[in-house]
Design a protein around this ligand. Structure first.
Ligand code: 0L1
Ligand code: MG
Length: 255
């Protein structure tokens, strides 16, 4: 029988200590997707037991191109805790990460719970605010290499979130120009349309997938809709900014 608790301890320790580990799938821990999500849940339970609070979820593989690249036909998701929230405009300490990358995203804040299968309109009406955001993904696996099950067990690589000023959720966010800048130079350019054609579709999927795991997206939670472009590796000393048409900016400095 698969020892979910033991594997959860392995991935949790790797994240806590910022130490790279070998892929589970190649080191005697082949997991089904269901088991991988159980590992994720138990590894996050370990963080909650240390005092962290669940504040939302992140969606991954939200672009068709990334799904095809991974040979998968559904999205993945991970859990966000308060310890992952980084001060907007603040400083990131690289020693807390293995090999962090950053990607431009859209964040939603919920004004009402969302659970299971919902329509696009139901998802939209549960959002009170939208913000430009960046996710720091930091796979705990050596060389950022993993199988689908490995990455899901590792909380879908999520390790940090930077959220800009919240805006009322009354603008059309289907096709907003987005760029990721390093020291004022655009290193990635894209559109919010890259996120499932409309970031709100990612919220519908978030509700469905969390529901399958018995989780309700709670009022006040943040849902990271997914990346609008590829991720970029963080470099020491760089100033990073996401600029999103209509929504504004979010920024962070790397120490
Ligand atoms: O879109 C995502 O946030 C996917 C994260 C997992 C894959 C990766 O680490 O690149
Ligand atoms: Mg992401």
């Amino acid at each position: 029988m698969t020892d979910i608790a033991k594997i959860a301890e392995i991935v949790d320790r790797a994240a806590e200590r910022a130490e790279a580990i070998g892929q589970l799938s190649e080191n005697g821990y082949p997991l089904s997707l269901t088991e991988a999500y159980q590992v994720q849940a138990q590894s996050i339970d370990r963080r909650l037991a240390r005092g962290e609070q669940l504040v939302g979820i992140k969606m991954g593989f939200t672009s068709r191109a990334k799904m095809i690249q991974m040979g998968v036909d559904d999205l993945i998701w991970g859990r966000l805790t308060d310890a992952m929230l980084l001060e907007e405009g603040g400083l990131i300490d690289l020693k807390n990460y293995v090999h962090p990358r950053i990607e431009p995203e859209i964040a939603f804040r919920l004004s009402a719970p969302l659970s299971g299968e919902v329509t696009l309109l139901e998802a939209m009406s549960a959002v009170e605010a939208v913000a430009p955001a960046m996710e720091i993904i930091d796979s705990r696996y050596e060389n950022f290499k993993f199988s689908l099950q490995d990455v899901v067990a590792d909380n879908s690589s999520s390790s940090g979130v930077v959220i800009g000023a919240w805006q009322a959720a009354d603008c059309n966010i289907e096709n907003l120009g987005m760029s990721l800048e390093f020291d004022g130079q655009a290193v990635e350019i894209g559109s919010s349309a890259a996120i499932m054609g409309n970031p709100y579709r990612s919220l519908v999927a978030a509700s469905r997938l969390a529901g399958e795991a018995g989780l309700t997206l709670e009022k006040g939670w943040v849902v990271l809709a997914g990346a609008a472009t590829a991720a970029q590796a963080l470099k020491p000393g760089v100033h990073v900014r996401v600029v999103t048409e209509q929504l504004g900016c979010a920024e962070i400095n790397v120490g």
